[in-house]
Design a protein around this ligand. Structure first.
Ligand code: HEM
Length: 387
């Protein structure tokens, strides 16, 4: 018996031809609806409410504009003493608001975004209970970075939040102070080693602060396993760079599944992080269940709280799964690293711009802190430096 080819089959059964055409037409309509009709409808609806903003032109949304404006902004140095950081840090939003007002529309691929700046409007959106405000979802790309509280909603968010909350109680955070102090002491000692005989020495503080926050989170999150934690922090740092790069290409459907070098590396990093975290979690979980472990770090507190939650509920399945714990650990890095390192770096820049603020900061501290700071010199900004 011979086999029929696709073409022969279509000839033999004309209704199949009809079915294939109908299927292709259905796919085309779905694509058009997603990429063109829906964005146009949403744009009209938003504009009819008096909102203005960029026009929807293609699946790329405002990504090319964002890229161009960011490149231009970063090519010009910020003059020393300048505090006007918005045009440099968020050039696209700065320009759109200047042109279209403080409540304006931009496009993330085929999805419109309404930027609001009035605090009362923000309060209204966040506090109303209609559930219209949803978290932005980046699908696979987001899971590559984290799959934790930051992306959960509704019941799942409430359950995770209940379990994680105890890890962030003030008393528990105080127990982590020795870990924070150890990281800061390491850094200051290293810097002191770089300065020879009172000669000035220039340090690029941005990578230093990234390392410091990575170190603090590794110790605060994983305690004695902090060396494995450090490796996770390096991998996570690389992953953030790759994800940001991929976000500009997200509008190409299926792009993330293509075997490009970046996509393969992202997948590789995600699995390496997962293997490391699974190892740390399994070790700690076993120790905790055997009643051995101290839980002064975030992971210990999270696992302890999870066990308590299951006990309280009388159901061993009431807690969160190992995959959930992995997602939350990745979120600790993602949420705590860039945020804190950017804040610390900017603080150092501003303190260098205003040496008198350094004096006020020292003067305002408790006497214990004042004594510790006695050895620290006042730091002047390097001359002719443009930030
Ligand atoms: C200067 C430092 C920080 C800033 C400016 C900052 C800012 C924020 C913001 C704006 C959100 C809300 C995000 C959203 O819902 O879309 C958030 C959530 C979160 N942050 Fe931070 N953060 C900082 C440091 C940290 C640190 C050190 C950690 C812990 C290691 C952390 C853990 C979290 C977590 C777990 C959430 C999710 C909370 C929830 O959805 O219930 N953050 N942070």
């Amino acid at each position: 018996m011979g086999l029929l080819g696709a073409g022969d089959a279509l000839e033999a059964f004309p209704w199949m031809k009809l079915l294939a055409c109908a299927f292709m037409a259905w796919c085309a309509v779905r694509v058009l609806e997603w990429a063109w009709w829906r964005p146009r409808r949403l744009s009209r609806a938003l504009r009819s409410q008096g909102l203005r903003g960029t026009a929807y032109r293609s699946l790329a949304g405002d990504a090319p504009l964002t890229e161009r404006l960011s490149r231009e902004a970063r090519s010009r140095p910020l003059p020393l003493g300048c505090h006007d950081v918005v045009p440099r840090a968020m050039p696209m939003y700065h320009q759109i608001m200047k042109e279209h007002g403080k409540t304006s529309i931009t496009w993330f691929g085929p999805v419109p975004r309404v930027t609001i700046t009035k605090p009362e409007l923000v309060r209204e959106v966040l506090s109303n209970k209609f559930g219209h405000f949803a978290k932005v979802k980046f699908g696979t790309l987001q899971r590559r970075l984290h799959n934790g509280l930051g992306s959960h909603e509704g019941e799942k968010w409430a359950k995770h939040r209940r379990i994680i909350n105890p890890a962030f109680h003030l008393e528990k955070l105080k127990r982590m102070l020795p870990a924070f102090a150890a990281c800061c002491t390491d850094l200051v000692q290293r810097w002191e080693g770089l300065v020879g005989d009172g000669e000035p020495y220039e340090v690029d503080v941005w990578p230093e602060m990234q390392n410091l926050t990575g170190d603090v989170i590794s110790r605060a999150a994983f305690g004695s396993s902090y060396l494995e934690g450090r490796r996770i922090f390096q991998l996570q740092g690389e992953q953030v760079g790759l994800v940001v790069h991929a976000m500009n290409k997200m509008h190409i459907p299926g792009y993330l599944f293509m075997p490009t070098r970046t996509n393969r590396r992202m997948k590789q990093i995600a699995s390496e992080i997962e293997v490391l975290l699974k190892g740390i979690i399994a070790k700690r979980d076993n120790a905790l269940r055997a009643g051995e472990a101290s839980s002064d770090d975030l992971l210990g507190l999270l696992l302890e709280s999870n066990i308590e939650h299951c006990r309280g509920d009388g159901n061993s399945k009431a807690g969160i799964t190992t995959d959930d714990v992995i997602g939350e650990c990745k979120l600790f890095y993602f949420a705590g690293m860039e945020t804190t390192s950017v804040l610390l770096t900017w603080t150092m820049i501003v303190l260098s711009m205003h040496p008198e603020w350094q004096d006020r900061a020292r003067g305002g501290g408790a006497s214990r802190v004042r004594q510790q700071n006695a050895g620290l010199r006042r730091h002047e900004p390097p001359q002719n430096r443009k930030w």
